[in-house]
Ligand binder design. Structure first.
Ligand SMILES: N[C@@H](CCC(=O)N[C@@H](CS)C(=O)NCC(=O)O)C(=O)O
Length: 322
């Protein structure tokens, strides 16, 4: 980061209110000295929080994340310092609050032109903005009947005609972008852009509710489910293990349709192969077992997010593969 004209290294810091405070390291980033503050809700259920977080995560922007369980007093308290925001995500920097996902996306894109958050081609960029705006304003049947739920997979869900109308429109938009601009990668415009941020929780709805889709959509949905950033987000939600009443349906649920996690499990005691946490560098206190080997972490959350999807965490994979 740039302090008094020189660049120094910073890391991405996740900081919660209500759970034990912890720091985790993803990749080290070299960025201008300034860290955004981002308020989010439940990682398992809050689709807008996922979008807010991906805006930083996918474009390597520095952020300090504050999270609180939705509908709780802690949630209201967290948002007090983000006034006038009432919902998540909300971002602040330099005393400025930005309280809607489109506004956050546009503010970041304007402030970080080198991050290429929108497609560079003018026609592609216009289409990306159309897709984002339409997502933000529409698909109410899908959003109402199929709320984001990253802990469930319902193979027997029966979508209404209104939901199918929404998914048909979404598939048409995805196909258009993929066909015209998607040749260079798996994302809507080839490289990952803000449009993919907005459709990430739409892709997970197709996955959770097993909604019918064509091959182009299926490949695009799988790109999201396999995306390491998304996998880390989902693993953190599994580790947080908030269960909101009213979000789960009374239907049989089968394993999550994303990549199968390595068979790690939490264990009570060490000793572990590593003496220091792969994320914070602190001495280990909490343990997991994988392939008959024991690894340690500096708190239960770091351990549990690794149990949830070990392969998504580079720091852990480095010691596991050593
Ligand atoms: N239009 C807003 C929507 C934000 C939103 O609805 N957030 C939900 C979580 S997904 C929320 O904060 N819910 C908490 C509540 O309703 O109290 C945006 O684009 O950011």
């Amino acid at each position: 980061m740039k302090r008094g004209g020189s660049w120094v290294l910073i890391t991405n810091l996740d900081h919660t209110h209500h759970e034990r405070c912890f720091a985790f390291f993803t990749k080290p980033r070299i960025l201008p000295y300034m860290t955004y503050e981002l308020a989010i809700g439940d990682r398992t259920y809050s689709s807008w929080s996922l979008r807010g977080w991906l805006l930083f995560e996918k474009f390597n922007l520095p952020v300090r994340v504050h999270s609180a369980r939705m509908y709780s007093d802690a949630f209201k308290e967290m948002l007090e310092s983000f006034a006038p925001a009432r919902l998540v995500p909300a971002m602040k920097f330099d005393g400025i609050v930005v309280q809607d996902t489109i506004a956050i996306a546009e503010t970041l894109a304007e402030r970080h032109p080198n991050a290429h958050m929108w497609p560079t081609d003018v026609a592609a960029r216009a289409m990306a903005r159309n897709l984002v705006a339409e997502m933000h304003a529409s698909f109410t049947a899908l959003r109402g009947d199929c709320t984001m739920n990253l802990r469930r997979h319902y193979p027997d869900f029966k979508p209404s005609d209104a939901v199918l109308k929404d998914t048909a429109r979404i598939e048409a938009l995805w196909a258009l972008a993929r066909e015209k601009y998607g040749a260079n990668g798996p994302w809507l415009f080839g490289d990952y852009t803000i449009a993919d941020v907005f459709y990430a929780p739409v892709a997970t709805r197709f996955a959770t509710y097993d909604l019918p889709r064509n091959a182009v959509s299926d490949a695009y949905i799988n790109a999201h489910l396999s995306d390491p950033s998304f996998r880390r987000w989902r693993a953190m939600g599994r580790a947080q293990n908030y269960i909101q009443p009213g979000y789960d349906l009374d239907l049989p649920s089968t394993p999550w349709p994303g990549p199968t996690p390595l068979p790690a499990k939490a264990v009570d005691a060490g000793p572990s192969e590593n003496t220091h946490c792969p994320y914070s560098g602190d001495p280990v206190t909490d343990y997991l077992e994988l392939d008959g080997r024991v690894f340690g972490f500096c708190n239960p959350f770091c351990r549990d997010k690794t149990v949830a999807d070990a392969a998504a965490w580079d720091g852990f994979m480095e010691i596991y593969q050593k």
